[in-house]
Design a protein around this ligand. Structure first.
Ligand code: COA
Length: 320
């Protein structure tokens, strides 16, 4: 049994922040951001929360899959920016979409989160535990960004993407995933917790810290490696893959990965120019965009690959 994608959905906040607007906050400019990252604008949550965006994306996916929320057995939400520590986002989504027969939990693997949630869902399906699974990536990166740090605030955006998986016989399904905790210091989101009993005060904010060049090198190395691992497992050549849906962090990372893989850049869909890096949401938002534009045909062979904090990186090879 494998989980086939029956429907996709996405949600991004209404508020758009252009590169020029960031130039009013930090010492940067549109040309620099476009040249170094490919990003032109991003959507930033004002009223929207991580669970609201997740539920909106879930509704769209359910609608496209033409199934009722009561048919969902499991809700998995990949996020590193939940609204609250608990209840988890998955339970908030369950409430919002009235998926009364489901169980839900969150999973945090930062920007690799969607892939790891997708693989977890496939494992549940293979084990015969659940038949219909809603997998969501949703993040409000604007909440954890240091808006005075020009090295990071230009990169990220907010949003959510969702897929519905339904157990079916057959279908390609190969997975690979890795972590390198020892290398995790190059990309962190730390919060300084208050010590209530000593000195009551509000908890301080969480800020993202990053060594951009080292993360860049890690991404450019890890993505081609995981693609090679998947192709080896599936005994396929890169030429047999129709599209490579990579985590949308930086255009230059995707171009460098494409070059190393030896595949033409036209097979690497991109939308980071519109959304920036939406962390766990980037791959399902991109999938939804291509799906709704009718660019994916049944039987297409896809590789999805993500990388991010942890360090972690993961990929799946599947048939649309
Ligand atoms: N605007 C203008 N100048 C900037 C800038 C900005 N927003 N951010 C940094 N700079 C400056 C630096 O201060 C540096 O100046 P200096 O030469 O005077 O010291 C110069 O630009 C070059 O900085 P550098 O860090 O070498 O740039 P870069 O080409 O590596 O690009 C990133 C920086 C962050 C765009 C790039 O490293 C990157 O994308 N890394 C991966 C990040 C990522 O994807 N993270 C998420 C992974 S899930």
């Amino acid at each position: 049994m494998t989980g086939r994608i029956l429907g996709t959905g996405a949600y991004v906040p209404a508020r758009i922040v252009e590169n020029q607007e960031l130039a009013k906050l930090v010492d940067t400019n549109d040309a620099w951001i476009r040249e170094r990252t490919g990003i032109a604008r991003r959507h930033v949550a004002e009223e929207e929360t991580t669970s609201y965006m997740a539920a909106q994306a879930a509704r769209e996916a359910l609608c496209q899959a033409e199934i009722s929320s009561e048919e969902v057995d499991l809700i998995l939400v990949a996020t590193s920016t939940p609204d609250t520590i608990f209840p988890c986002v998955a339970c908030e989504v369950q409430k919002a979409i009235k998926a009364a027969n489901s169980v839900g939990f969150d999973l945090n693997a930062a920007c690799s989160g969607f892939l790891l949630a997708y693989q977890t869902a496939q494992a549940y399906i293979q084990a015969g535990l659940y038949k219909t699974i809603l997998v969501i990536g949703s993040d409000s990166m604007s909440h954890v960004i240091d808006w005075t740090d020009r090295g990071t605030c230009i990169l990220f955006g907010d949003g959510a993407g969702a897929v519905i998986l339904r157990a079916e016989e057959g279908g390609l399904c190969f997975h690979a995933a890795h972590s390198d905790g020892a290398g995790g210091g190059v990309l962190t989101g730390r919060s300084r917790h208050r010590k209530d009993w000593e000195e009551p005060k509000h908890m301080e904010e969480t800020f993202l810290h990053m060594d951009g060049q080292r993360v860049f090198k890690f991404a450019v190395r890890s993505v081609p490696e995981i693609v090679e691992e998947l192709l080896k497992q599936a005994q396929m050549k890169q030429e047999e893959i129709d599209y490579f849906f990579l985590h949308q962090a930086n255009k230059r990372i995707i171009e460098a990965a494409a070059k190393r893989i030896g595949a033409e850049i036209s097979r690497f869909p991109m939308n980071l120019q519109e959304y920036g890096n939406t962390s766990a949401a980037s791959i399902p938002i991109l999938l939804d965009e291509w799906n709704r534009k009718g660019l994916l045909k049944r039987g297409n062979k896809l590789i999805l690959a993500g990388f991010g904090a942890g360090l972690s990186w993961a990929g799946s090879l599947l048939e649309w």
